[in-house]
Design a protein around this ligand. Structure first.
Ligand code: HXC
Length: 519
Protein backbone atom coordinates (compact mmCIF):
# COMPACT_ATOMS: atom_id res chain seq x y z
CA UNK A 1 0.00 0.00 0.00
CA UNK A 2 1.31 3.42 -0.86
CA UNK A 3 1.97 5.88 1.89
CA UNK A 4 -0.69 8.22 0.61
CA UNK A 5 -3.21 5.42 0.82
CA UNK A 6 -1.99 4.64 4.35
CA UNK A 7 -2.68 8.22 5.35
CA UNK A 8 -6.13 8.00 3.83
CA UNK A 9 -6.73 4.77 5.74
CA UNK A 10 -5.75 6.50 8.95
CA UNK A 11 -8.17 9.32 8.27
CA UNK A 12 -10.94 6.82 7.53
CA UNK A 13 -10.17 4.87 10.69
CA UNK A 14 -10.31 8.04 12.74
CA UNK A 15 -13.68 8.98 11.27
CA UNK A 16 -14.96 5.52 12.01
CA UNK A 17 -13.68 5.69 15.60
CA UNK A 18 -15.33 9.06 16.11
CA UNK A 19 -18.68 7.47 15.33
CA UNK A 20 -18.41 5.29 18.43
CA UNK A 21 -21.32 2.84 18.41
CA UNK A 22 -22.66 4.27 15.15
CA UNK A 23 -25.03 6.92 13.89
CA UNK A 24 -28.19 5.17 15.07
CA UNK A 25 -26.99 5.06 18.66
CA UNK A 26 -25.73 8.64 18.44
CA UNK A 27 -29.21 9.69 17.30
CA UNK A 28 -30.72 7.75 20.19
CA UNK A 29 -28.40 9.58 22.60
CA UNK A 30 -29.52 12.91 21.14
CA UNK A 31 -33.17 11.90 21.37
CA UNK A 32 -32.72 11.45 25.09
CA UNK A 33 -31.49 15.05 25.28
CA UNK A 34 -27.90 13.88 25.82
CA UNK A 35 -24.69 14.77 24.01
CA UNK A 36 -22.12 12.21 22.93
CA UNK A 37 -18.82 11.75 24.74
CA UNK A 38 -16.86 13.69 22.13
CA UNK A 39 -19.40 16.49 21.94
CA UNK A 40 -19.16 16.86 25.72
CA UNK A 41 -15.38 17.00 25.66
CA UNK A 42 -15.45 19.59 22.87
CA UNK A 43 -17.81 21.78 24.90
CA UNK A 44 -15.73 21.38 28.05
CA UNK A 45 -12.30 22.20 26.68
CA UNK A 46 -10.83 25.25 24.99
CA UNK A 47 -11.62 25.10 21.30
CA UNK A 48 -9.33 22.81 19.36
CA UNK A 49 -7.26 21.86 22.42
CA UNK A 50 -8.33 18.23 22.77
CA UNK A 51 -5.75 15.54 22.06
CA UNK A 52 -7.36 12.15 22.09
CA UNK A 53 -5.42 9.09 23.22
CA UNK A 54 -6.09 5.40 22.66
CA UNK A 55 -8.61 5.93 19.93
CA UNK A 56 -7.78 2.53 18.43
CA UNK A 57 -8.14 0.48 21.58
CA UNK A 58 -10.65 -2.34 21.36
CA UNK A 59 -11.82 -4.85 23.93
CA UNK A 60 -10.28 -8.33 24.32
CA UNK A 61 -13.38 -10.21 25.36
CA UNK A 62 -14.34 -13.51 23.78
CA UNK A 63 -17.47 -14.21 25.77
CA UNK A 64 -21.03 -14.17 24.42
CA UNK A 65 -19.77 -13.64 20.84
CA UNK A 66 -18.32 -10.27 21.75
CA UNK A 67 -15.23 -10.98 19.66
CA UNK A 68 -17.44 -10.20 16.66
CA UNK A 69 -18.53 -6.83 17.98
CA UNK A 70 -15.73 -4.35 18.42
CA UNK A 71 -15.74 -0.57 18.37
CA UNK A 72 -12.61 1.55 18.28
CA UNK A 73 -12.15 3.39 21.51
CA UNK A 74 -14.17 0.74 23.39
CA UNK A 75 -16.75 2.96 25.04
CA UNK A 76 -14.66 5.71 26.53
CA UNK A 77 -12.96 8.77 25.07
CA UNK A 78 -9.81 9.86 26.88
CA UNK A 79 -7.12 12.47 26.48
CA UNK A 80 -6.03 15.94 27.48
CA UNK A 81 -6.76 19.51 26.57
CA UNK A 82 -6.90 22.91 28.16
CA UNK A 83 -9.41 24.95 30.12
CA UNK A 84 -8.59 28.65 30.09
CA UNK A 85 -5.16 27.63 28.82
CA UNK A 86 -4.43 25.22 31.67
CA UNK A 87 -3.98 21.51 30.96
CA UNK A 88 -6.54 19.02 32.23
CA UNK A 89 -6.94 15.29 31.65
CA UNK A 90 -10.37 13.88 30.86
CA UNK A 91 -12.40 10.81 30.17
CA UNK A 92 -15.93 10.70 28.86
CA UNK A 93 -17.82 7.43 28.79
CA UNK A 94 -19.38 6.76 25.41
CA UNK A 95 -22.87 5.41 25.94
CA UNK A 96 -23.15 4.52 22.25
CA UNK A 97 -20.68 1.66 22.75
CA UNK A 98 -22.06 -1.10 24.97
CA UNK A 99 -23.84 1.57 27.02
CA UNK A 100 -20.49 3.10 28.05
CA UNK A 101 -19.94 0.01 30.18
CA UNK A 102 -16.54 -0.51 31.74
CA UNK A 103 -14.38 -3.23 30.22
CA UNK A 104 -10.82 -4.21 31.03
CA UNK A 105 -9.40 -2.09 28.19
CA UNK A 106 -11.79 0.76 28.87
CA UNK A 107 -10.48 0.87 32.45
CA UNK A 108 -6.88 0.77 31.19
CA UNK A 109 -7.57 3.84 29.08
CA UNK A 110 -9.01 5.73 32.05
CA UNK A 111 -6.12 4.68 34.28
CA UNK A 112 -3.61 5.85 31.69
CA UNK A 113 -4.95 9.41 31.71
CA UNK A 114 -5.25 9.37 35.50
CA UNK A 115 -1.59 8.41 35.75
CA UNK A 116 -0.66 11.17 33.33
CA UNK A 117 -2.71 13.73 35.24
CA UNK A 118 -0.79 12.76 38.38
CA UNK A 119 2.58 12.80 36.65
CA UNK A 120 1.92 16.21 35.13
CA UNK A 121 0.12 17.64 38.17
CA UNK A 122 -3.09 18.51 36.34
CA UNK A 123 -6.79 18.33 37.27
CA UNK A 124 -8.68 15.22 36.26
CA UNK A 125 -12.26 15.34 34.99
CA UNK A 126 -14.50 12.33 34.42
CA UNK A 127 -17.77 12.48 32.51
CA UNK A 128 -19.89 9.51 33.54
CA UNK A 129 -22.63 7.97 31.42
CA UNK A 130 -22.47 4.22 31.72
CA UNK A 131 -24.35 0.99 32.32
CA UNK A 132 -21.64 -0.04 34.80
CA UNK A 133 -19.45 -3.11 34.61
CA UNK A 134 -19.33 -4.68 31.12
CA UNK A 135 -21.47 -7.69 31.91
CA UNK A 136 -19.82 -9.95 29.30
CA UNK A 137 -16.37 -9.39 30.85
CA UNK A 138 -17.16 -10.39 34.39
CA UNK A 139 -14.42 -10.05 36.91
CA UNK A 140 -11.90 -8.16 34.75
CA UNK A 141 -14.34 -5.31 34.70
CA UNK A 142 -14.53 -5.31 38.51
CA UNK A 143 -10.74 -5.25 38.65
CA UNK A 144 -10.79 -2.34 36.23
CA UNK A 145 -13.03 -0.38 38.56
CA UNK A 146 -10.77 -1.10 41.49
CA UNK A 147 -7.75 0.13 39.51
CA UNK A 148 -9.59 3.40 38.97
CA UNK A 149 -10.66 3.64 42.63
CA UNK A 150 -7.08 3.16 43.79
CA UNK A 151 -5.95 5.97 41.53
CA UNK A 152 -8.76 8.23 42.75
CA UNK A 153 -7.55 7.60 46.29
CA UNK A 154 -3.89 8.30 45.51
CA UNK A 155 -4.78 11.45 43.56
CA UNK A 156 -6.93 12.79 46.40
CA UNK A 157 -5.35 15.93 47.79
CA UNK A 158 -2.75 15.97 44.99
CA UNK A 159 -4.75 17.04 41.93
CA UNK A 160 -8.34 18.31 41.83
CA UNK A 161 -10.73 15.59 40.66
CA UNK A 162 -14.15 16.44 39.27
CA UNK A 163 -16.94 14.06 38.21
CA UNK A 164 -19.86 14.96 36.00
CA UNK A 165 -22.78 12.54 35.96
CA UNK A 166 -24.64 12.88 32.69
CA UNK A 167 -26.41 9.53 32.58
CA UNK A 168 -26.58 6.31 34.57
CA UNK A 169 -24.00 5.70 37.29
CA UNK A 170 -24.97 2.65 39.25
CA UNK A 171 -23.61 -0.13 41.41
CA UNK A 172 -19.98 0.02 42.44
CA UNK A 173 -19.44 2.54 39.63
CA UNK A 174 -20.70 5.25 41.97
CA UNK A 175 -17.58 4.99 44.07
CA UNK A 176 -15.20 6.60 41.65
CA UNK A 177 -17.19 9.86 41.59
CA UNK A 178 -17.69 9.58 45.34
CA UNK A 179 -13.92 9.47 45.80
CA UNK A 180 -13.43 12.66 43.78
CA UNK A 181 -13.61 16.22 45.10
CA UNK A 182 -16.69 17.47 43.31
CA UNK A 183 -19.67 15.68 41.80
CA UNK A 184 -22.05 17.38 39.44
CA UNK A 185 -25.40 16.02 38.21
CA UNK A 186 -27.86 17.10 35.54
CA UNK A 187 -31.50 17.52 36.50
CA UNK A 188 -32.66 15.20 33.74
CA UNK A 189 -31.06 11.89 32.73
CA UNK A 190 -28.55 11.47 35.55
CA UNK A 191 -28.84 9.13 38.45
CA UNK A 192 -26.59 7.43 40.98
CA UNK A 193 -27.35 4.55 43.29
CA UNK A 194 -25.70 1.51 44.75
CA UNK A 195 -28.69 -0.65 43.84
CA UNK A 196 -31.46 0.24 41.39
CA UNK A 197 -35.24 0.32 41.97
CA UNK A 198 -35.77 -3.32 40.92
CA UNK A 199 -33.29 -4.70 43.44
CA UNK A 200 -34.61 -2.34 46.10
CA UNK A 201 -38.12 -3.69 45.48
CA UNK A 202 -37.05 -7.31 45.68
CA UNK A 203 -34.91 -6.87 48.80
CA UNK A 204 -36.89 -4.40 50.88
CA UNK A 205 -40.28 -4.27 49.16
CA UNK A 206 -39.93 -0.51 48.70
CA UNK A 207 -41.48 0.89 45.53
CA UNK A 208 -39.41 3.79 44.30
CA UNK A 209 -38.63 5.46 41.01
CA UNK A 210 -35.14 5.92 39.61
CA UNK A 211 -35.48 9.66 40.09
CA UNK A 212 -36.61 9.40 43.71
CA UNK A 213 -33.91 6.90 44.52
CA UNK A 214 -30.90 8.58 42.99
CA UNK A 215 -31.78 11.61 40.86
CA UNK A 216 -30.04 14.96 41.02
CA UNK A 217 -32.53 16.39 43.53
CA UNK A 218 -31.89 13.51 45.91
CA UNK A 219 -28.11 13.78 45.79
CA UNK A 220 -27.88 17.57 45.66
CA UNK A 221 -30.47 18.06 48.41
CA UNK A 222 -30.77 15.00 50.63
CA UNK A 223 -27.65 12.86 50.53
CA UNK A 224 -25.07 15.53 49.69
CA UNK A 225 -23.36 13.12 47.27
CA UNK A 226 -23.60 15.75 44.53
CA UNK A 227 -22.11 19.22 44.99
CA UNK A 228 -23.78 20.84 42.01
CA UNK A 229 -27.14 20.30 40.34
CA UNK A 230 -27.33 21.76 36.87
CA UNK A 231 -30.21 22.11 34.45
CA UNK A 232 -28.43 20.57 31.48
CA UNK A 233 -25.07 19.35 30.22
CA UNK A 234 -24.02 22.71 28.74
CA UNK A 235 -24.51 24.36 32.12
CA UNK A 236 -22.64 21.51 33.81
CA UNK A 237 -19.63 21.79 31.55
CA UNK A 238 -19.48 25.56 32.02
CA UNK A 239 -19.72 25.00 35.76
CA UNK A 240 -16.65 22.75 35.64
CA UNK A 241 -14.70 25.44 33.80
CA UNK A 242 -15.78 28.04 36.35
CA UNK A 243 -14.97 25.79 39.29
CA UNK A 244 -11.48 25.14 37.95
CA UNK A 245 -10.82 28.88 37.77
CA UNK A 246 -10.81 28.88 41.59
CA UNK A 247 -8.50 25.88 41.90
CA UNK A 248 -4.77 25.34 41.53
CA UNK A 249 -3.49 22.70 39.14
CA UNK A 250 -2.20 20.63 42.03
CA UNK A 251 -1.38 20.73 45.73
CA UNK A 252 2.03 22.30 45.16
CA UNK A 253 0.64 25.34 43.37
CA UNK A 254 -1.63 28.25 44.19
CA UNK A 255 -4.90 28.98 42.43
CA UNK A 256 -4.56 31.48 39.59
CA UNK A 257 -4.52 35.13 40.60
CA UNK A 258 -7.09 37.26 38.78
CA UNK A 259 -6.95 40.96 37.97
CA UNK A 260 -9.78 42.78 39.65
CA UNK A 261 -11.18 46.26 39.23
CA UNK A 262 -13.08 46.01 42.52
CA UNK A 263 -11.35 48.40 44.97
CA UNK A 264 -9.86 46.61 47.94
CA UNK A 265 -10.95 49.41 50.28
CA UNK A 266 -14.53 49.49 49.05
CA UNK A 267 -16.67 50.62 51.97
CA UNK A 268 -20.15 49.14 52.24
CA UNK A 269 -22.37 51.15 54.57
CA UNK A 270 -25.20 48.63 54.16
CA UNK A 271 -23.22 46.17 56.27
CA UNK A 272 -23.53 48.41 59.32
CA UNK A 273 -27.26 47.70 59.42
CA UNK A 274 -27.52 44.25 57.84
CA UNK A 275 -27.73 42.40 61.17
CA UNK A 276 -31.21 42.94 62.68
CA UNK A 277 -31.40 44.50 66.13
CA UNK A 278 -33.33 41.55 67.47
CA UNK A 279 -31.07 38.49 67.86
CA UNK A 280 -34.01 36.28 66.89
CA UNK A 281 -34.52 37.81 63.47
CA UNK A 282 -32.85 36.16 60.48
CA UNK A 283 -30.98 37.78 57.61
CA UNK A 284 -29.42 36.36 54.49
CA UNK A 285 -25.71 35.69 54.95
CA UNK A 286 -25.36 35.43 51.18
CA UNK A 287 -26.00 39.17 50.98
CA UNK A 288 -22.99 39.70 53.23
CA UNK A 289 -20.86 37.40 51.08
CA UNK A 290 -21.88 39.03 47.80
CA UNK A 291 -21.17 42.44 49.28
CA UNK A 292 -17.63 41.77 50.45
CA UNK A 293 -16.13 39.56 47.71
CA UNK A 294 -14.63 40.77 44.42
CA UNK A 295 -17.38 41.93 42.07
CA UNK A 296 -20.05 40.08 44.06
CA UNK A 297 -19.05 36.77 42.48
CA UNK A 298 -19.55 33.69 44.62
CA UNK A 299 -19.54 30.09 43.41
CA UNK A 300 -21.63 28.23 45.93
CA UNK A 301 -20.89 24.55 46.48
CA UNK A 302 -23.61 22.23 47.88
CA UNK A 303 -26.19 24.99 47.48
CA UNK A 304 -29.17 22.72 48.15
CA UNK A 305 -27.68 20.58 50.89
CA UNK A 306 -27.52 21.52 54.60
CA UNK A 307 -28.53 25.05 53.81
CA UNK A 308 -27.87 26.18 57.37
CA UNK A 309 -24.25 26.49 56.35
CA UNK A 310 -22.90 28.06 53.17
CA UNK A 311 -19.68 26.97 51.48
CA UNK A 312 -18.14 28.11 48.24
CA UNK A 313 -15.44 29.99 46.40
CA UNK A 314 -14.94 33.69 45.82
CA UNK A 315 -11.98 36.02 45.36
CA UNK A 316 -10.51 38.74 47.49
CA UNK A 317 -8.29 41.08 45.52
CA UNK A 318 -8.08 38.39 42.89
CA UNK A 319 -7.06 35.57 45.23
CA UNK A 320 -9.23 32.48 45.33
CA UNK A 321 -10.69 31.99 48.81
CA UNK A 322 -12.92 29.34 50.34
CA UNK A 323 -15.80 30.76 52.34
CA UNK A 324 -17.64 28.92 55.10
CA UNK A 325 -20.54 30.83 56.64
CA UNK A 326 -23.43 30.03 58.93
CA UNK A 327 -26.78 30.94 57.34
CA UNK A 328 -29.17 32.57 59.88
CA UNK A 329 -31.86 32.42 57.20
CA UNK A 330 -32.12 28.63 57.43
CA UNK A 331 -32.65 26.82 60.74
CA UNK A 332 -31.14 29.93 62.35
CA UNK A 333 -27.73 28.81 61.08
CA UNK A 334 -27.53 26.00 63.62
CA UNK A 335 -24.83 23.36 63.24
CA UNK A 336 -26.24 19.88 62.69
CA UNK A 337 -24.76 16.63 61.39
CA UNK A 338 -25.14 17.46 57.69
CA UNK A 339 -23.87 21.03 58.02
CA UNK A 340 -20.84 19.85 59.97
CA UNK A 341 -19.94 17.20 57.40
CA UNK A 342 -20.50 19.56 54.50
CA UNK A 343 -18.30 22.27 55.95
CA UNK A 344 -15.63 19.85 57.16
CA UNK A 345 -15.11 18.37 53.71
CA UNK A 346 -14.93 21.82 52.19
CA UNK A 347 -12.38 23.04 54.74
CA UNK A 348 -10.23 20.00 54.04
CA UNK A 349 -10.43 20.54 50.30
CA UNK A 350 -9.31 24.15 50.65
CA UNK A 351 -6.50 23.18 52.98
CA UNK A 352 -5.29 20.41 50.68
CA UNK A 353 -5.13 22.84 47.74
CA UNK A 354 -3.65 25.94 49.40
CA UNK A 355 -6.85 27.95 49.24
CA UNK A 356 -7.18 30.44 52.14
CA UNK A 357 -10.28 30.12 54.28
CA UNK A 358 -12.67 32.87 55.37
CA UNK A 359 -15.20 31.92 58.04
CA UNK A 360 -18.25 34.09 58.70
CA UNK A 361 -19.86 33.21 62.00
CA UNK A 362 -23.44 33.58 63.16
CA UNK A 363 -24.23 30.33 64.92
CA UNK A 364 -26.61 29.75 67.81
CA UNK A 365 -24.97 26.40 68.65
CA UNK A 366 -25.35 22.74 67.81
CA UNK A 367 -28.86 21.47 67.11
CA UNK A 368 -30.08 19.74 70.29
CA UNK A 369 -32.19 16.60 70.49
CA UNK A 370 -32.22 12.83 70.26
CA UNK A 371 -32.42 12.89 66.46
CA UNK A 372 -29.08 14.62 66.20
CA UNK A 373 -27.46 12.69 69.03
CA UNK A 374 -28.51 9.35 67.53
CA UNK A 375 -27.16 10.49 64.16
CA UNK A 376 -23.80 11.18 65.75
CA UNK A 377 -23.65 14.96 66.02
CA UNK A 378 -20.70 14.47 68.35
CA UNK A 379 -18.64 12.75 65.71
CA UNK A 380 -19.80 15.00 62.87
CA UNK A 381 -19.18 18.18 64.84
CA UNK A 382 -15.77 16.79 65.69
CA UNK A 383 -15.04 16.41 61.98
CA UNK A 384 -15.49 20.12 61.43
CA UNK A 385 -13.42 20.95 64.48
CA UNK A 386 -10.72 18.56 63.25
CA UNK A 387 -10.73 20.01 59.76
CA UNK A 388 -10.29 23.56 61.02
CA UNK A 389 -7.70 22.62 63.62
CA UNK A 390 -5.66 20.64 61.12
CA UNK A 391 -5.80 23.29 58.37
CA UNK A 392 -2.59 25.24 57.85
CA UNK A 393 -3.76 27.64 55.12
CA UNK A 394 -4.42 31.28 56.09
CA UNK A 395 -7.59 31.44 58.17
CA UNK A 396 -9.56 34.62 58.78
CA UNK A 397 -12.72 34.55 60.87
CA UNK A 398 -15.32 37.27 61.22
CA UNK A 399 -18.06 36.87 63.84
CA UNK A 400 -21.12 38.84 62.80
CA UNK A 401 -23.54 37.92 65.55
CA UNK A 402 -23.97 34.74 67.55
CA UNK A 403 -21.09 32.52 68.47
CA UNK A 404 -22.18 30.28 71.26
CA UNK A 405 -20.81 27.30 73.09
CA UNK A 406 -19.14 24.42 71.28
CA UNK A 407 -20.12 25.97 67.97
CA UNK A 408 -17.99 29.00 68.83
CA UNK A 409 -14.96 26.79 69.24
CA UNK A 410 -15.68 24.77 66.11
CA UNK A 411 -16.15 27.75 63.78
CA UNK A 412 -12.45 28.54 63.34
CA UNK A 413 -11.88 30.16 66.71
CA UNK A 414 -8.53 31.61 67.71
CA UNK A 415 -7.40 28.48 69.57
CA UNK A 416 -7.99 26.30 66.48
CA UNK A 417 -5.23 28.37 64.94
CA UNK A 418 -7.41 31.08 63.46
CA UNK A 419 -4.91 33.65 62.18
CA UNK A 420 -7.09 36.74 62.36
CA UNK A 421 -10.32 36.62 64.30
CA UNK A 422 -12.44 39.72 63.95
CA UNK A 423 -15.89 40.52 65.28
CA UNK A 424 -18.54 43.05 64.43
CA UNK A 425 -19.92 45.13 67.33
CA UNK A 426 -23.13 43.07 67.04
CA UNK A 427 -21.25 39.87 67.97
CA UNK A 428 -22.38 37.81 70.94
CA UNK A 429 -19.67 35.44 72.09
CA UNK A 430 -20.58 33.38 75.13
CA UNK A 431 -21.03 29.91 76.55
CA UNK A 432 -24.73 29.95 75.76
CA UNK A 433 -27.68 32.26 74.95
CA UNK A 434 -29.11 34.44 77.74
CA UNK A 435 -32.40 32.66 78.46
CA UNK A 436 -30.78 29.21 78.61
CA UNK A 437 -28.03 30.53 80.86
CA UNK A 438 -30.47 32.20 83.26
CA UNK A 439 -32.60 29.04 83.46
CA UNK A 440 -29.51 27.21 84.69
CA UNK A 441 -28.07 29.90 86.94
CA UNK A 442 -31.28 31.25 88.45
CA UNK A 443 -33.53 28.19 88.30
CA UNK A 444 -33.79 27.77 92.08
CA UNK A 445 -34.45 31.47 92.74
CA UNK A 446 -37.05 31.64 90.02
CA UNK A 447 -38.95 28.58 91.16
CA UNK A 448 -39.26 30.26 94.58
CA UNK A 449 -41.09 33.22 93.00
CA UNK A 450 -44.78 32.37 92.92
CA UNK A 451 -46.24 35.43 91.21
CA UNK A 452 -45.88 34.92 87.40
CA UNK A 453 -45.49 38.66 86.70
CA UNK A 454 -42.75 38.96 89.25
CA UNK A 455 -41.11 35.85 87.85
CA UNK A 456 -41.16 37.28 84.31
CA UNK A 457 -39.80 40.59 85.55
CA UNK A 458 -36.96 38.89 87.42
CA UNK A 459 -36.14 36.77 84.39
CA UNK A 460 -36.10 39.84 82.11
CA UNK A 461 -33.74 41.66 84.49
CA UNK A 462 -31.39 38.70 84.66
CA UNK A 463 -31.42 38.24 80.88
CA UNK A 464 -30.68 41.95 80.38
CA UNK A 465 -27.83 41.72 82.86
CA UNK A 466 -26.41 38.63 81.15
CA UNK A 467 -26.71 40.23 77.70
CA UNK A 468 -25.01 43.34 78.96
CA UNK A 469 -22.10 41.27 80.22
CA UNK A 470 -21.81 38.59 77.56
CA UNK A 471 -23.82 39.41 74.41
CA UNK A 472 -20.99 41.43 72.94
CA UNK A 473 -17.55 40.85 71.48
CA UNK A 474 -15.62 42.79 74.11
CA UNK A 475 -15.18 40.06 76.70
CA UNK A 476 -13.55 37.85 74.03
CA UNK A 477 -11.58 40.86 72.76
CA UNK A 478 -10.37 41.58 76.30
CA UNK A 479 -8.73 38.14 76.33
CA UNK A 480 -7.31 38.57 72.82
CA UNK A 481 -9.51 35.75 71.50
CA UNK A 482 -10.85 38.36 69.10
CA UNK A 483 -8.04 40.34 67.50
CA UNK A 484 -10.17 43.38 66.77
CA UNK A 485 -13.74 44.56 66.74
CA UNK A 486 -14.27 46.04 63.30
CA UNK A 487 -16.78 48.33 61.67
CA UNK A 488 -18.93 46.11 59.46
CA UNK A 489 -18.65 48.50 56.50
CA UNK A 490 -14.86 48.01 56.47
CA UNK A 491 -15.06 44.22 56.42
CA UNK A 492 -13.84 43.73 52.84
CA UNK A 493 -10.77 45.83 53.39
CA UNK A 494 -9.92 44.18 56.72
CA UNK A 495 -10.26 40.71 55.23
CA UNK A 496 -8.10 41.55 52.24
CA UNK A 497 -5.40 43.12 54.38
CA UNK A 498 -5.43 40.13 56.72
CA UNK A 499 -5.03 37.66 53.86
CA UNK A 500 -2.26 39.74 52.28
CA UNK A 501 -0.35 39.69 55.54
CA UNK A 502 -0.81 35.95 55.69
CA UNK A 503 0.72 35.26 52.30
CA UNK A 504 3.99 34.29 53.93
CA UNK A 505 2.35 32.12 56.60
CA UNK A 506 4.20 28.90 57.26
CA UNK A 507 2.76 26.31 59.61
CA UNK A 508 3.34 22.60 59.42
CA UNK A 509 1.70 19.81 61.33
CA UNK A 510 3.75 17.12 63.09
CA UNK A 511 5.03 14.36 60.83
CA UNK A 512 2.73 11.36 60.83
CA UNK A 513 1.49 8.68 58.48
CA UNK A 514 -1.90 10.38 58.44
CA UNK A 515 -4.29 11.79 60.99
CA UNK A 516 -7.27 9.86 62.28
CA UNK A 517 -10.11 12.29 61.61
CA UNK A 518 -13.32 11.08 63.30
CA UNK A 519 -15.00 9.71 60.15
C1 HXC B 1 -22.76 -4.47 28.59
C2 HXC B 1 -24.42 -2.94 28.34
C3 HXC B 1 -24.41 -2.70 29.74
C4 HXC B 1 -23.48 -3.42 30.53
C5 HXC B 1 -25.90 -1.45 28.84
N1 HXC B 1 -25.35 -2.16 27.84
N2 HXC B 1 -25.34 -1.77 30.01
N3 HXC B 1 -23.60 -3.82 27.79
N4 HXC B 1 -22.68 -4.29 29.93
N5 HXC B 1 -23.41 -3.23 31.83
C6 HXC B 1 -25.69 -2.06 26.43
C7 HXC B 1 -27.06 -2.59 26.10
O1 HXC B 1 -27.01 -3.97 25.88
C8 HXC B 1 -27.39 -1.82 24.84
O2 HXC B 1 -26.72 -2.41 23.76
C9 HXC B 1 -26.74 -0.50 25.08
O3 HXC B 1 -25.76 -0.71 26.08
C10 HXC B 1 -27.72 0.55 25.57
O4 HXC B 1 -28.45 0.01 26.65
P1 HXC B 1 -30.03 0.13 26.74
O5 HXC B 1 -30.47 -0.81 27.81
O6 HXC B 1 -30.64 -0.02 25.39
O7 HXC B 1 -30.19 1.65 27.19
P2 HXC B 1 -31.23 2.27 28.19
O8 HXC B 1 -32.61 1.79 27.88
O9 HXC B 1 -30.97 3.73 28.16
O10 HXC B 1 -30.86 1.70 29.62
C11 HXC B 1 -29.61 2.03 30.22
C12 HXC B 1 -29.36 1.13 31.45
C13 HXC B 1 -29.52 -0.33 31.09
C14 HXC B 1 -30.37 1.54 32.54
C15 HXC B 1 -27.97 1.47 31.97
O11 HXC B 1 -28.75 -0.59 29.92
C16 HXC B 1 -29.07 -1.25 32.17
O12 HXC B 1 -29.82 -1.47 33.13
N6 HXC B 1 -27.89 -1.81 31.99
C17 HXC B 1 -27.33 -2.77 32.91
C18 HXC B 1 -26.91 -2.07 34.16
C19 HXC B 1 -26.21 -3.01 35.12
O13 HXC B 1 -26.86 -3.84 35.76
N7 HXC B 1 -24.88 -2.95 35.12
C20 HXC B 1 -24.06 -3.73 35.93
C21 HXC B 1 -24.12 -3.05 37.29
S1 HXC B 1 -23.07 -3.84 38.44
P3 HXC B 1 -27.21 -2.27 22.26
O14 HXC B 1 -26.34 -3.20 21.48
O15 HXC B 1 -28.66 -2.66 22.25
O16 HXC B 1 -27.02 -0.85 21.87
C22 HXC B 1 -21.74 -2.93 38.32
C23 HXC B 1 -20.72 -3.35 39.29
C24 HXC B 1 -19.61 -2.39 39.32
O17 HXC B 1 -21.61 -2.04 37.57
C25 HXC B 1 -18.78 -2.78 40.49
C26 HXC B 1 -17.64 -1.89 40.67
C27 HXC B 1 -16.92 -2.21 41.93
Amino acid sequence: MENQQKVKNLIDLRSQARLGGGEKRIASQHTKGKFTARERIDMLLDEGSFEELDMFVTHRCHNFGLENEKYMGDGVVTGHGTIDGRTVYVFAQDFTVFGGSLSETNALKICKVMDMAMKMGCPFIGINDSGGARIQEGVTSLAGYAEIFQRNIMASGVIPQISAIFGPCAGGAVYSPALTDFVLMTEQNSYMFVTGPKVVKSVTGEDITTEDLGGADVHAGKSGVSHFKVENEEEGLLMIRKLLSYLPQNNLEDAPLFDTNDPIDRIEDSLNTIVPNSPNLPYDMKNVIHTIVDNGEFLEVHRNYARNIIVGFARFNGTSTGIIANQPNFLAGVLDCDASRKAARFVRFCDAFNIPILTLVDVPGFLPGSGQEYSGIIIHGAKLMFAYGEATVPKVTVTLRKSYGGAHDVMSCKQLRGDFNYAWPSAEIAVMGASGAIEVLEGRTMSAIVNPDEKAKYMAEQVADYNEKFANPYQAAAYGYIDDVIEPRNTRFRIIRAFETLQTKKVTNPLKKHSNIPL
